[in-house]
Design a protein around this ligand. Structure first.
Ligand code: DC
Length: 245
């Protein structure tokens, strides 16, 4: 959908906005979920929720409180004292920790190194999943993560599972981190991605996996625009209004 939309395209877009479906986007680390999901939400005027940011915010809080990621008593005690949410008044919502909005600090290598361990605690997952279900309850939401199509919204009208070759993911993640002001080493980023995918796919509670009814999107050779266009066309298939011919 490029250039000035014609009547039929406007009708399609209106149909997609009006139906307000739930779109679940899952996949491994740095496959391009957030960038694409955010843009899909913008086109459709849906809410965008980055669930990885919630696990990262909680992990960032543990670092601030100097609680060891393996200290289950400390982690669970912190969970009982903390609230993870999103800013209300902004179009692109930022994750909040006890009502304080967080930014790039949740993308630091220290947070990335711990988040897969922290997100494997069943109690942490239960807390996040409950909040995610509440936030997305009304539909009209694009939510990305690891377990959105399998656990959080198993009835989502559209489930997308994104994959990409490791080299492409490393290049993208290094560029993203450098743009955010972090000094990073390519090998360290590669190791972090591989390690996190192994931990996320190997954990007992809601592991990273493709839902049986998810559509796979390989982003290795696709531009962001190409990824967004593909997902929008899938949304259209699910919301199509018969067009008079
Ligand atoms: O999407 P991300 O890389 O920012 O996610 C960070 C980590 O959070 C990821 O390695 C695993 C965890 N996560 C999860 O367990 N479930 C989700 N729905 C989203 C993220």
């Amino acid at each position: 959908m490029q250039g000035a939309p014609g009547f039929v395209e406007l009708l399609y877009l209106w149909g997609m906005k009006a139906r307000r479906i739930t779109i679940a986007i899952d996949g491994g680390a740095a496959v391009g979920k957030s960038t694409t999901a955010k843009q899909v939400a913008q086109v459709l005027e849906y809410l965008y929720i980055d669930t990885g940011a919630m696990y990262r915010a909680f992990t960032y809080g543990l670092l601030l409180e100097k609680i060891d990621f393996d200290d289950s008593t400390g982690v669970l005690d912190y969970l009982s004292r903390v609230k993870v949410g999103f800013t209300q008044d902004e179009k692109i919502k930022r994750v909040t920790l006890n009502d304080t909005a967080l930014g790039t600090e949740i993308r630091s290598p220290e947070v990335s190194a711990g988040v897969s361990v922290v997100s494997a605690y069943p109690a942490v997952r239960r807390y996040m999943v409950e909040r995610q279900r509440k936030i997305g309850a009304g539909g009209g939401v694009v939510m990305d993560g690891r377990d959105i199509g399998t656990v959080v919204f198993p009835d989502a009208e559209l489930k997308v599972f994104m994959v990409a070759e490791l080299d492409a993911r490393v290049v993208r993640r290094v560029a993203e981190l450098r743009a955010a002001g972090f000094e990073v080493d390519e090998d360290a980023v590669r190791q972090d991605l591989v390690r996190r995918d192994q931990l996320d796919a190997g954990r007992a509670d809601s592991p990273l996996r493709k839902a049986d009814d998810a559509l796979e999107l390989d982003t290795t050779h696709l531009s962001v625009e190409g990824q967004v266009a593909q997902i929008i066309s899938w949304v259209h298939e699910r919301t199509a209004i018969p067009v008079p011919v």
